[in-house]
Design a protein around this ligand. Sequence first.
Ligand code: HEC
Length: 145
Amino acid sequence: MQRVLLGMATAMLLFTSAAQADVIADRKAMMKQKNGASIGVLVKTVKGEMDYDAAAVLAAFKTMREGTEGFDKLFPEDSKTGGDTTASPKIWEDMAGFKATLDKFHADLDEAIAAAPQDKAAFMPYFQKVAGDCQTCHETYRVKK
Ligand code: HEC
């Protein structure tokens, strides 16, 4: 009986850490694949490494907006530490503030999408707002490794 219980406890422990690793991997993938990839297109546009492409810019804004829906749900209590994460403990201390920061990011993206800027001059103010949102959240809710 004791051995069975021990086996069950070990299995549960393994399950817990696997689930925790998954949620960390999920939120990192969301950032990397949706935000990281999209900001690359926008930065190239800003630097003039890419000709202004209104459709590509709009697609990047939409990928960020739709791709990060529910990002704040990927921070359960048990994913604070232990995994390979740069999420700051501040997220859990101030979940409301974290959500508000995500909401502002989404609101600025909604504005950018609605505006669908057709040239670089029109695009720049939206880029600055959105890039500022990345920076604000990272400075407040991420730890440097
Ligand atoms: C509401 C907060 C928030 C916003 C807004 C935000 N991020 Fe993040 N980002 C995070 C957090 C938290 C992490 C750390 C996740 C972890 O390691 O568990 C992260 C991690 C990342 C990573 C690293 C992923 C990895 O593989 O480790 C990249 C790249 C990234 N963000 C890009 C961006 C870009 C680009 C933007 C803006 C377009 C942005 N983020 C906006 C909170 C945010």
